[in-house]
Design a protein around this ligand. Structure first.
Ligand code: HEM
Length: 155
């Protein structure tokens, strides 16, 4: 039991803190993509900033899955739909957060994979920029910010 508590606290704080790294990386990537979209180059696919953003997105996703499946007391399927939908915190973490973040991860993954295949000048940059921007917006909407009254903090 004690080990599980330590793991929960560690992963919860990693997941919470990593949000800031991911947000900064996404913003930097989007700026870079849009500034390069008329520069006459091909999106290299191996660009370290974009790769870092892609990797941090997936690490965040993995930590989220572990919290969701094994550790978080805010994820619950007990009492059926009525119970889940009736409690705003349980509903947020059991349904809204995972759906929003899952779609965001798909968008970021698709952006990276599609852009890598586009050999035309400029095109890949625009693709990755647009997909990452959509992913960022979804992430911003799906984060349990402290002002949403879900009992979460800034870090
Ligand atoms: C990929 C982008 C994601 C971001 C930026 C993100 C961000 C966050 C943040 C900021 C919290 C609040 C932590 C706190 O202060 O207590 C949180 C909680 C949580 N997240 Fe995510 N998350 C992401 C993806 C996911 C995914 C994909 C899942 C599930 C599969 C998930 C599951 C959870 C759970 C279960 C909690 C509640 C933890 C608890 O307090 O018990 N997250 N997330």
């Amino acid at each position: 039991m004690e080990t599980q508590n330590i793991l929960y606290t560690a992963l919860k704080h990693s997941h919470s803190g990593l949000r800031w790294i991911l947000l900064i990386l996404l913003i930097l990537s989007i700026f870079k993509a849009f500034s390069k979209r008329k520069g006459g180059s091909v999106y290299p696919g191996k660009d370290s900033l974009f790769l870092a953003t892609f990797i941090v997105t997936h690490v965040q996703f993995l930590i989220g899955i572990i919290l969701y499946v094994f550790l978080s007391p805010y994820v619950s399927f007990e009492g059926g739909m009525g119970n889940i939908m009736g409690d705003s915190v349980i509903r947020f973490f059991t349904v809204e957060h995972i759906v929003g973040m899952f779609l965001a991860v798909i968008l970021i993954t698709m952006g990276h994979v599609r852009a890598k295949k586009q050999a035309e000048l400029n095109k890949g940059w625009k693709t990755v920029g647009v997909y990452y921007l959509l992913g960022l917006l979804l992430i911003l909407i799906s984060i349990p910010w402290p002002f949403r009254g879900l009992g979460t903090g800034w870090f």
